[in-house]
Design a protein. Structure first.
Length: 364
């Protein structure tokens, strides 16, 4: 019996020595007691930002062809608002330009009488009466062509047309010829200058500059001081209402980046006012995935986490990178369980469309 006891003691000591010599099994301090595996949440591609296109000034919308769902390119003009252009009533030279972009026309015209002036190329006119006319020539018509000859020198002649008639008084604008300022002149109905066709006499005088006026605010001044223009040439572009800050909105119906047209709030030909919303767009660069996560899984996710995203339409072999941007603090109930909205930014891909199904893989 003593030998058996002694053997057990020796065996126990030998085992202890072996354990000390070979070492006990090692356990890493950083190994979790319970390992966590990756899991996923499902959602859809949604707009991460909505931008309103607003009317930079009032006016009538010109025809447009864009529709909801269209992809808009950077710099594309979506809407155009009709402006009012003021045109040169005759050939001449621009002078006295007082209007600047953003100015209210009423203020400028009150201060200076006009937005600008046009010095006519035909610089002479005659204001006279039919007192010296033969009885058959006392009926004068606006617009009729007349012929003129200087009483000071038969060599100086001219051609003009009647611009105004009021009772016995009428005015003639001289459009061509060699007449001079202050020439005593006889006006005839024929170029034979016979006495029987005489309709009046008078002195040539300077044709007054034409005042260029309009209503609203100045969007653009299209000419410069001293510029020569032709009849019908645009001089100034006006818009309805006031332009605060003396400028129109920087958007002016254009988009700054590739965007999806989410909503059109107007119709072609519609009258709009400054600041009115014309449409809503979603920049493609700010698309994101909206998904739901259950209350008990909130501990698995944090704002700023990097994730992988699978878009169903692109296939499982094309994973996109993303980042958790927002975790809602408000819950909603789904099948009796509390769930929270999670929003994940998504790398830009031209093939992605709003509403596509997506799976977000969380790497923890």
């Amino acid at each position: 019996m003593k030998n058996c006891s002694w053997n057990r003691i020796v065996s126990t000591l030998l085992i202890a020595v072996l354990v000390c010599t070979l070492g006990a099994p090692a356990f890493a301090e950083d190994e979790p007691i319970v390992s966590r595996t990756a899991f996923s949440i499902s959602g859809y591609v949604v707009a991460g930002e909505s931008v309103s296109l607003i009317a930079p000034y009032g006016g009538r919308l010109l025809d447009f062809t864009v529709r909801t769902g269209d992809v808009l390119q950077p710099g594309q003009t979506v809407f155009s608002i009709e402006t009012q252009k003021v045109y040169a009533p005759c050939d001449g030279t621009i002078g006295g330009v007082r209007a600047q972009p953003g100015d209210e026309t009423a203020f400028i015209q009150e201060q200076y009488g006009a937005l600008m002036y046009l010095e006519p190329a035909n610089r002479l006119q005659i204001d006279t009466t039919t007192s010296a006319a033969n009885n058959d020539n006392k009926w004068i018509r606006v617009g009729e062509t007349v012929y003129l000859r200087s009483d000071d020198s038969n060599n100086r002649i001219g051609v003009g047309y009647v611009t105004q008639v009021e009772g016995k008084r009428f005015s003639v604008e001289i459009t061509e010829g060699t007449l001079r300022m202050d020439d005593r002149t006889t006006i005839y109905r024929t170029d034979s200058y016979v006495y029987e066709s005489r309709i009046g006499t008078g002195k040539t005088a300077r044709l007054n500059p034409v005042a260029i006026t309009g209503e609203g605010s100045v969007l653009k001044v299209l000419v410069t001081e001293g510029q020569q223009v032709k009849r019908g040439e645009a001089l100034v572009e006006l818009v309805e209402g006031v332009l605060p800050g003396y400028t129109a909105s920087v958007r002016e119906g254009k988009v700054d980046s590739m965007s999806i047209l989410s909503q059109v709030a107007v119709e072609p030909g519609q009258q709009v006012s400054r600041g009115q919303v014309l449409a809503t767009i979603h920049p493609v660069a700010h698309l994101e995935v909206e998904a739901d996560i259950q209350e008990l899984d909130l501990k698995r996710i944090r704002t700023g986490d990097a994730v992988d995203i699978e878009i169903a339409a692109l296939g499982a072999d094309q994973l996109l990178e993303g980042t958790v941007t927002t975790i809602s603090s408000l819950s909603h109930t789904q099948n009796g369980d509390a769930e929270y909205k999670v929003y994940v930014s998504i790398s830009t891909n031209d093939a992605i469309r709003e509403g596509m199904s997506a799976t977000v893989y969380l790497n923890n």
